[in-house]
Design a protein around this ligand. Structure first.
Ligand code: G3H
Length: 328
């Protein structure tokens, strides 16, 4: 084992202009197609495409840690659990493992909580630069009255959230009401002000990959900073076929407008090897710039646990029990 020479936090990160959005272009939306069988075939090859080992694997896993939105979104969240999660976000990899890897100063991309826990998380992360992300707009179903969803965003921003994860109205997609989806997203973006907005599509409820592609495009046209797959509460959450579709929508939007939109797969990503597959997919489809935390996040509650175990194995040659890497 040798120490890692290039850690992710040492990579320069150039500040990117924010996506202002554009007028709804229904002709562009109508042209968007998705060849489901070709996408599924390609997605099936992804887990086996890259086999990164040893130093490289450890470096990719450290990179993954810096891109995690460390999440707790449970009805039984407590102040204590959120504080412990924030402590983990500040030091996601145990000090002895970091020392053996020759790295320091690693932290997660953000901490993601319900509105009620924002102030606790902001206090616990004070001075770290780690942003608090809040799920707003009647998460996870997004079916509360529209004015309350907008007000919830404003309250979350006021409470200190620097990132807002909104949920779209799935029915606008299922009924192909693109104008309504655009208007909703535009209003959410406006309510966020300077806070960055991630649009959760809840792809497991959108019916088809073509709907996923079209909803991705419309949210970007309406000013989304990130598009995110899932709330983590749908019966199907992040998948590789959906990711391929959304990532290619990001590429098309970038080619047409020059604006970089971030990607956040969320829900059910809990294994270190899956994290590497997602990172490799981002690199292959969008390039190295999209591997920075301002453009890529995992929405995950337990992924860090497995990554820390794998890194411990890398430095010691032995696996520890997962309870030795508690999250919150
Ligand atoms: O946005 C994040 C998800 O809610 C986390 O889902 P997970 O608990 O399956 O990792």
């Amino acid at each position: 084992m040798s120490t890692l020479t290039q850690t992710p936090t040492q990579l320069p990160q150039v500040h990117l202009p924010r996506n202002p959005g554009m007028a709804l272009d229904l002709d562009w939306v109508a042209r968007v197609q998705a060849n489901t069988s070709a996408i599924e075939r390609r997605a099936a090859t992804l887990p086996g495409r890259r086999s990164v080992k040893k130093d490289y694997q450890a470096a990719w896993l450290v990179k993954a840690v810096t891109c995690i939105d460390l999440t707790t979104l449970s009805g039984d969240d407590t102040v204590g659990r959120v504080r412990r999660l924030c402590a983990k976000a500040r030091q996601p990899i145990r000090a002895d493992i970091q020392e053996a890897l020759g790295i320091s100063g690693i932290h997660t991309g953000a901490v993601c909580v319900y509105h009620d826990m924002i102030e606790i998380a902001v206090q616990a992360l004070d001075g770290t630069g780690i942003p608090v992300a809040a799920v707003s707009t009647g998460f996870p179903a997004g079916l509360s009255p529209f004015h309350l969803r907008v007000a919830e965003i404003e309250e979350s921003v006021k409470a200190g959230a620097r990132e807002i994860d909104i949920v779209i109205s799935r029915r606008h997609v299922l009924t192909q009401n693109w104008q309504a989806l655009y208007d909703e997203m535009r209003a959410f973006r406006a309510a966020c002000g300077d806070a960055h907005v991630k649009a959760i599509l809840a792809t497991g409820e959108l019916g088809s990959l073509r709907n996923v592609a079209r909803a991705s495009l419309i949210c970007m046209m309406a000013g989304a900073d990130f598009i995110k797959t899932s709330t983590g509460k749908e019966s199907v959450n992040a998948t590789l076929p959906v990711s391929l579709v959304m990532i290619r929508a990001i590429r098309d939007y970038y080619d047409a407008t020059g604006f970089h939109i971030g990607y956040k797969p969320a829900g059910g990503i809990s294994k270190a090897k899956d994290a590497i597959t997602y990172l490799a997919l981002m690199k292959d489809e969008l390039g190295h710039r999209w591997l920075q935390p301002d453009l890529f996040r995992f929405g995950a509650s337990s992924l860090l646990n497995d990554i820390e175990r794998q890194l411990e194995h890398y430095v010691t040659g032995a696996y520890s029990a997962s309870y030795r890497h508690p999250m919150g």
